[in-house]
Design a protein around this ligand. Structure first.
Ligand SMILES: Nc1ncnc2c1ncn2[C@@H]1O[C@H](COP(=O)(O)OP(=O)(O)OP(=O)(O)O)[C@@H](O)[C@H]1O
Ligand SMILES: [Mg+2]
Length: 368
């Protein structure tokens, strides 16, 4: 097991800056997820750790040793890719043991390690089969097994589950979490699936355009996004972003939304950004409740679409003066119907304010 440290790592492909100045310390035994949209540099960053991509500038340390110029095979890492890349003419056991055979390890040792890995992954009965005789999920297990037998210091995963259907993906996600618990090995896991990131990670690193936007525990990022990008990227259904205006009123600051404007929230302190008083209210669908639209602090809205999901319901509502529909998530079934007028109430403890540049504005709800 080993720690991994990235110091001011950058990568350019000609004029394309894929990774810019990324610094990050990954603790021994930690499971860190790189999360971000397509093209943000996740794979490039991982491939630099693996030694599959040259580092343009910065330092990479694994277990305290500088690794920039060390060959991939000598870094003590094992990587699992999205494409399983199994040898089609070899059996499962041969695929899993191949790296050890190449290293000239004794056959008995290789067989023992393959058997151990197969037991962990519950694929013992598949050891004699060829890859073409396996399902997608089974192939992915073999690919993980091939990494396990090498007993790496660090596991690297690049979207290992994205070729699987939703059910199998959820199942394999749990297995990877259990594998991490059992082996205790440092893991870096790349995905663009925020649910995978939220459920697996000790720590999530959110990347955007080659830079780190924010890093922290899943719940920390979910509850305290430093900017609009992070707020919008984590959470399903997505956070609502509602144009709003800060208005001072006595000692407090109020937030006005819609046309005609309603003062829907009161803040005890708002460190107003240089951008001025026009802000965006970030509020997750489950932080909005439905109240009497005649209430003074309620924001009236019309129900446009109702989705019944069984355990919960989603209302898509139109607020006068706002372009985009607001999504509201309610527990259980809902009796609200299309065209009905409802009142929205935003949970003052769970709203976020963003300035014109998308940065989070410090705010604290007024006592009610
Ligand atoms: N070999 C290459 N030559 C030129 N540009 C590249 C090369 N590899 C990656 N890039 C560019 O670097 C950027 C980051 O790519 P990368 O593959 O790391 O993204 P990613 O976050 O893994 O995306 P995805 O989720 O789609 O896999 C992209 O703009 C990509 O086009
Ligand atoms: Mg990628």
């Amino acid at each position: 097991m080993a720690s991994v440290e990235l110091r001011n790592i950058a990568k350019s492909f000609g004029s394309v800056e894929a990774v810019r100045d990324v610094s990050l310390s990954i603790g021994d035994g930690e499971l860190v997820v790189f999360l971000g949209p397509s093209g943000c540099g996740k794979s490039t960053l991982l491939r630099m750790v693996a030694g599959l991509e040259e580092i343009t500038s910065g330092d990479l340390l694994i277990g305290g040793q500088r690794m920039n110029e060390v060959a991939a095979a000598d870094r003590g890492i094992a990587m699992v890719f999205q494409s399983y890349a199994l040898y089609p003419h070899m059996t499962v056991a041969e695929n899993m043991g191949f790296a050890l055979k190449m290293l000239g390890k004794p056959r008995a040792e290789t067989e023992r390690k393959v058997a151990e890995a197969a037991a962990i992954l519950q694929i013992e009965e598949l050891l004699g089969r060829k890859p073409k005789e396996l399902s997608g999920g089974q192939r992915q297990r073999v690919a993980i097994g091939r990494a396990i037998v090498r007993e790496p210091e660090v596991f690297l995963f690049d979207e290992p589950l994205s070729n699987l259907d939703a059910g199998l993906r959820a199942q394999m996600r749990v297995e990877i979490a259990r594998l991490h618990e059992r082996l205790g090995t440092t893991m870096i896991y790349v995905t663009h699936d925020q649910v995978e990131a939220m459920t697996l990670a000790d720590r999530i690193v959110i990347l955007n355009k080659g830079r780190i936007e924010q890093q922290g525990s899943p719940l920390d990022l979910y509850e305290k996004p430093v900017n609009r990008f992070v707020g919008g990227f984590l959470g399903q259904p997505q956070m609502n972003f509602i144009p709003a205006q800060l208005v001072s009123s006595g000692g407090a600051t109020e937030l006005a939304v819609g046309v005609p404007a309603r003062r829907v929230l009161q803040f005890a302190n708002v460190v107003a950004a240089a951008g001025g008083t026009i802000v965006e209210l970030g509020v997750r669908p489950d932080s909005i409740s439905i109240v009497d639209p005649m209430l003074e602090t309620a924001l009236p809205a019309h129900v446009v679409v109702v989705e019944h999901l069984g355990g919960s319901s989603l209302l898509y509502v139109q607020v006068d003066g706002l372009e985009e529909l607001v999504t509201v998530e309610l527990r259980g079934k809902t009796a609200f119907a299309r065209h009905e007028t409802v009142g929205l109430r935003f949970d003052p403890q769970r709203v976020h304010l963003f300035d014109g540049g998308g940065k989070q504005i410090e705010s604290r709800a007024a006592e009610e």
